[in-house]
Design a protein around this ligand. Structure first.
Ligand SMILES: [Zn+2]
Ligand SMILES: [Zn+2]
Length: 341
């Protein structure tokens, strides 16, 4: 039996480690992709190691946001050929017919298969994708950037849409990591004025590089008060990513009528004072990781040079130290593993 390099999680709660697993064989509607680059994000690590909510095949290969050329096709595939560049996102497949699928919420479908969580993911030399759900990477995209976009960029596009922020309005982006720094770029590209909040000066510098108009260091200042002062009463919307330094006071970032969107899983708790929530007419939303529509939008903006993520690249064989750095917050921008050697 052919085997391949892979990162595996041996059982629920275990840490990901390198190993070898059998090479997969494509089934109906599937393509086998030779992964050349893959994103590695905190959500992938957390979700793969979490207690299983549904059926899982341990040892599980975690990870999404991988891409590369198609090297084999299963039965029933249409519109995809050997050599096409396909990528995986959070949603591996869904039923395609339920009310949630039909209203743009594929990741909430009761039958959703999640890449690297309920089906094997992209941290391996080869991966299977459902050709009906896989992302097509446009020609000319930088392969490293494309991996970062397939993970954090897709989430950033989804979350930004959830904020409802319009051109000319203020948007707080709190937590300038993988998703956050890409959300800054997407917001700026749409004419939204960005206030970046983080507790790390390096991350705030990254936000400025990508077009943030104002930056607030939450370690040195009362972030909510500073945002309210500098945006004339609060931002129109705020987006808290998984890297956000403080969730507790987040409602105070936005002005009356404003929207607070959370994506990833920011640490801490968000107390909802009901009278304040109602009296100030606020909206609080959770943004899902994004699906096919978001991937098309994010990859198109990359292909046209509108956005360009900042990426930390590590060789696949150094995945353990790369994940340790990710956990320690020592990765600039998005983390991508290189398997092209
Ligand atoms: Zn469905
Ligand atoms: Zn991700």
């Amino acid at each position: 039996m052919d085997t391949m390099r892979a990162v595996v999680v041996l059982a629920a709660g275990e840490r990901p480690r390198r190993g070898r697993v059998p090479a997969p064989v494509p089934g109906p509607h599937q393509a086998l992709v030779r992964v050349t680059r893959t994103a590695a994000c905190a959500s992938a690590v957390r979700a793969a190691a979490a207690r299983p909510e549904g059926p899982r095949a341990f040892p599980l290969v975690p990870g999404h946001g991988g891409h590369g050329p198609v090297v084999a096709l299963g039965p029933g595939v249409t519109g995809v050929r050997i050599g096409d560049e396909l990528g995986s996102t959070w949603v591996a497949s869904a039923c395609g017919t339920c009310a949630l699928c039909l209203t743009g919420h594929e990741s909430l479908c009761p039958a959703v298969a999640v890449t690297g969580v309920t089906v094997h993911g992209s941290w391996a030399d080869l991966m299977l994708v459902d050709t009906r759900y896989a992302a097509r990477v446009p020609g000319g995209c930088d392969p490293v950037a494309a991996a970062a976009v397939l993970s954090g960029g897709v989430s950033a596009v989804r979350a930004l849409r959830s904020t409802g922020a319009q051109a000319g309005q203020w948007l707080v982006v709190s937590g300038i990591g993988d998703v956050g720094h890409q959300a800054v770029q997407h917001a700026v590209a749409r004419g939204v004025r960005v206030v970046a909040v983080d507790d790390d000066e390096g991350r705030l510098a990254l936000a400025r590089k990508h077009g943030a108009e104002l930056t607030v260091n939450a370690a040195a200042q009362d972030a909510s008060r500073e945002v309210r002062t500098r945006t004339d009463g609060g931002a129109h919307a705020a987006l808290l990513t998984g890297a956000a330094p403080d969730v507790r006071d987040a409602l105070a970032l936005v002005r009356p009528g404003g929207t607070l969107t959370l994506t990833g899983v920011p640490a801490g708790t968000l107390p909802l004072g009901v009278p304040a929530l109602v009296g100030r007419g606020l909206t609080v939303r959770g943004a899902t990781p994004g699906d096919r529509r978001d991937a098309v939008e994010a990859l198109d903006l990359l292909a046209r040079g509108v956005v360009e993520p900042t990426v930390t690249v590590r060789p696949f064989d150094a995945v353990e130290s790369a994940l340790a750095d990710l956990e320690a917050g020592a990765v600039e921008g998005s983390l991508v593993l290189d398997l092209s050697d």
